[in-house]
Design a protein around this ligand. Structure first.
Ligand code: HEM
Length: 464
């Protein structure tokens, strides 16, 4: 007989409220790992009025990810809350709607577009280089996360909307200040048993609403300028030059694709493209200032591939930056920015020895397995070499590594993110030495939809 939800082990809860009082949201991903060590790789969380099946076993996570959009969907509550924030886009769409959104969005993020936009991406990388050159000259410690967030939003807006926002050279606050209020609030609301904000609005709720409204205003400006460009250049309808134009053309052609969905997808891309990539890069800074031997590998590779230039000016060089990619993967194994995903079963289904009932809520967490010797040789050691083809690591399970998800809904921005990471790492190590100023022990993981680091400061020096 398959094991049902009721038979699963799990942390003992309190009457009525179950495990809710012990859940510490900013540390949720770590709690999930600790409970997996205690109760096994499939267990139950009692959330009072409801319960969640927690899965950390890679083979089952892979099956769930692959069985979308039919057998599993993203958790319904998440969709409701994202929609409340005014977003109706590819991340929260399901079924036929999702297929349509996905087709349009994935096309705009493909390699062809990346190649075409590479010169603009290099201009943005040059601005990051200028900013860091000034920081190196002054010798003052600075918040590198701020720069990385500005870099990634500038890249996403250029690639997706054909508009240079240039927040990197903007003094004071920028669109990021609004964006950083959105994911944490969505995460908070998803995990609240009662949706208090519907009854009474706190300061944080009002700030969230103001942030959403500012972002909508910005995206509306993109839409108006995109519509004007299409009108002035009707030939672009046949061959749109960016994602905004493809989405606008699709919205005119597809009966089922509203202007709200155009806006929803643009907002989704802006959010998904900025936060994840910037925080992955930020964690790389943290890890590389601990594992300084990996810095040597990056320097050697950057010197060899970039030649005399300060950065990668030729798009085709990016695939030669293999060590930078290996370091990025190893960093994502230790510090995945999206370790937790939430799903719901669409029908009764058996997964290995377990029975999942229709409607059952499921939380998956992949780092738990990715840091175990069962799945990666010497899993607790930071070894970028394991990702290089020639290394042939004896235990290396790709099933246990899903930083970009998997199956039909895997991240369509994966290649863009890897390209950005290669660009930043090679430029950084070609030109600068980096040193952590904040004590590494004070840098903690904070889960707020994205798993990010609390603030830290670094110092750069120009390489001799
Ligand atoms: C290091 C950077 C990034 C990480 C770690 C990351 C991670 C993820 C993950 C885990 C998912 C869920 C996948 C699934 O359900 O199987 C996802 C979905 C998504 N990501 Fe990313 N992402 C990154 C960068 C980007 C970028 C740069 C963009 C676009 C500019 C992007 C756009 C999206 C979109 C649109 C989805 C929804 C796909 C769907 O539901 O069909 N991501 N990402």
């Amino acid at each position: 007989m398959p094991v049902s939800l009721k038979q699963l082990p799990g942390p003992k809860g309190y009457p009525i409220v179950g495990n809710i009082p012990v859940i510490d949201l900013p540390d949720l991903h770590n709690q999930i790992e600790q409970w997996a060590d205690e109760y096994g790789d499939v267990y139950r969380l009692n959330l009072g009025y409801t319960s969640q099946t927690v899965v950390t076993r890679p083979s089952i996570i892979q099956k769930i990810l692959a069985a979308r959009p039919k057998e599993f969907i993203r958790m319904k509550k998440m969709d409701n809350i994202i929609r409340e924030g005014g977003v109706d886009g590819v991340f929260n769409a399901e079924g036929e709607k999702w297929k349509l959104h996905r087709k349009i969005v994935a096309k705009g993020l493909d390699v062809k577009h990346q190649k075409e936009f590479y010169p603009s991406m290099v201009t943005i990388l040059g601005r990051l280089y200028n900013k860091w050159s000034k920081d190196a000259e002054s010798g003052e410690p600075f918040d590198i996360q701020r720069d990385l967030l500005r870099f990634t939003v500038d890249i996403t807006s250029t690639l997706a909307f054909g508009t240079e926002m240039n927040t990197l050279e903007q003094e004071g606050s920028a669109i990021q200040d609004h964006m950083e209020k959105v994911f944490p609030m969505i995460f908070y609301r998803i995990n609240q048993p009662i949706q208090w904000h519907k009854l009474v609005k706190r300061k944080a709720d009002r700030e969230f609403e103001a942030a959403v409204s500012e972002m909508n205003k910005l995206v509306d400006e993109f839409i108006v300028s995109g519509q004007a460009k299409l009108k002035a250049h009707p030939e672009l309808r046949e061959n749109p030059s960016n994602l905004l134009e493809s989405i606008l053309v699709a919205a005119e052609e597809e009966e089922n694709f509203s202007l709200e969905e155009v806006r929803g997808n643009l907002l989704t891309l802006l959010m998904a493209g900025e936060d994840t990539t910037a925080h992955t890069l930020n964690w790389l800074m943290y890890l590389l200032t601990i594992h300084t031997d990996a810095q040597n590998g990056l320097r050697e590779e950057a010197d060899r591939v970039l030649g005399d230039g300060p950065w990668m000016s030729d798009y085709s060089d990016n695939t030669a930056l293999k060590y930078a990619e290996a370091v990025a993967f190893e960093s994502m194994r230790f510090k995945p920015v999206a370790p937790v995903m939430l799903f719901q079963a669409q029908q009764d289904i058996e997964l290995e020895e377990f029975f999942i009932k229709k409607g059952q809520k499921i939380l998956t967490q992949y780092r738990s397995a990715a840091l175990k010797d069962e799945y990666f040789t010497e899993a607790q050691s930071f070894k970028p070499e394991r990702w290089l083809k020639e290394s042939k690591c004896p235990v290396h399970s790709m099933d246990a590594f899903t930083p970009f998800g998997s199956g039909p809904r895997y991240c369509p921005g994966r290649n863009l993110a890897i390209l950005e990471i290669r660009m930043v790492l090679s430029m950084l190590f070609k030109n600068f030495d980096i040193e952590m100023v904040t004590d590494h022990k004070e840098i903690k993981e904070v889960m707020a939809f994205t798993m990010m680091a609390n603030d830290f400061k670094v110092r750069l020096k120009k390489r001799a």
